[in-house]
Design a protein around this ligand. Sequence first.
Ligand code: GSH
Length: 227
Amino acid sequence: MAEENKVRLHGMWVSPFVRLVKLALEIKGIEYEYVEEDLKNKSLVLLNYNPIHKKVPVLVVNGKPLVESLIILEYIDETWKNGPRFLPEDPYKRAQIRFWCSFIHKQVFETMMLVLKSDGEAQAKVSERLSTLEEEIKNIFPEGIQVIDQKNVGLLDLVIVSTFGYYKAQEEYFGLKLIDPEKTPLLFSWLSALLELPVVKESLLPHEKVVGFLKLMREAALKSTSD
Ligand SMILES: N[C@@H](CCC(=O)N[C@@H](CS)C(=O)NCC(=O)O)C(=O)O
């Protein structure tokens, strides 16, 4: 492979945004090199590739950097047309999918991060937003959750599984119910089906490792609040 055709992903092992990009590359069968970044001591390469946000993931294709996971996913989908198409053809459906992916990243995940600081208000907000998502799932799957396999997986599936794939570790560590089979049964069965996909199963990190990471995150979050 010529140097300029190489695909490289700069990431961090437990990041849901990086996991999203990894899953997309693996499902499309794209060969790539992975570079683990130390986010406490960001490399000059990362700062150079993503000077605005200074975050991972960064995907470097033909020497050109792409940032922001949802933008990267659309780029992958438009560039490698093999395998499943992550976004539907219909412009209205595409717009809806983009809306819900952004809702999950901005409204749900970012609030989940506030729960790290033992913020009770944030916990209530997360539950409320998951209920909103649950209501929307009834529109997405009017006839119940469809059979999902690696050949028809879409952007929203990948965002759901990369954001909530470790919900059991989050529930255990924070002592709260996130994906509740009683309160959000559709989300629960959708996520459970996605967690059975071979590409997802193979990429799952050990539960204890994720719990250990959450512990460190919480300590750091609480320290930054008290400083
Ligand atoms: N909106 C961004 C979020 C990326 C993000 O928050 N990445 C985190 C890791 S999970 C990061 O790089 N944090 C470093 C920092 O905030 O300094 C995306 O979708 O790619």
